[in-house]
Design a protein around this ligand. Structure first.
Ligand SMILES: [Zn+2]
Length: 182
């Protein structure tokens, strides 16, 4: 992974916020100067929250599956094509007759990357591993890979999918674990 280490970015932001605070105390105004132009900028800091509402009615079965500790895919009853993430319609033959089935795996690890420079929305997580595995069912799955010791992760190793409650968001999602671990 390339990029500026997170602690350096955070140290820079902290320094910058401190200088903004000093300027606010000095002038009594929440105004900072643009570094390039010197133009006054009104400074307002608040936490950014994003909310998404994505229609999931036709793949609701997938979420019910997670509640039952299963990761489900769909298989077209007409042409047999398998979809993960599950689709409610077959994009191969156009059929809307789909069967829901649990992924049993195992999968073979195709590739992975350790994420230590995280996107802003994932800043609160420890370093994590994102992996792609080829499942026995015949499709690839992208998910986090949970391994106690990252050095045990090897391309080609067997992995299986488990349902877990991701914190602090507190929702059910799926992740890989090494196949031999309980
Ligand atoms: Zn089909």
């Amino acid at each position: 992974m390339s990029g500026i280490p997170r602690d350096q970015i955070e140290a820079f932001i902290k320094m910058w916020l401190e200088s903004v605070e000093q300027e606010k105390v000095r002038t009594g105004l929440p105004i900072v100067r643009d570094e390039k132009t010197g133009d006054p900028l009104y400074f307002d800091q608040r936490e950014l929250r994003l909310r998404y509402l994505i229609p999931v009615k036709r793949i609701q079965r997938f979420f019910e599956g997670l509640q039952q500790d299963q990761v489900l895919y769909t298989e077209c009853k007409s042409c047999g094509f398998r979809f993960f993430p599950p689709q409610a319609d077959c994009s191969k033959c156009g059929s809307t007759e789909m069967e829901w089935r649990p992924i049993e795996g195992p999968g073979k690890l195709l590739t992975y990357t350790v994420i230590n420079v995280k996107p802003t929305s994932f800043m609160h997580y420890d370093d994590y591993v994102v992996a792609i595995a080829r499942m026995k069912e015949g499709f690839n799955v992208l998910a986090w890979l949970k391994a106690k010791d990252p050095s045990q992760i090897k391309i080609g190793m067997d992995v299986r999918l488990v349902v877990e409650r991701r914190m602090p968001e507190n929702y059910l999602t799926y992740a890989f674990v090494p196949a031999e671990s309980g």
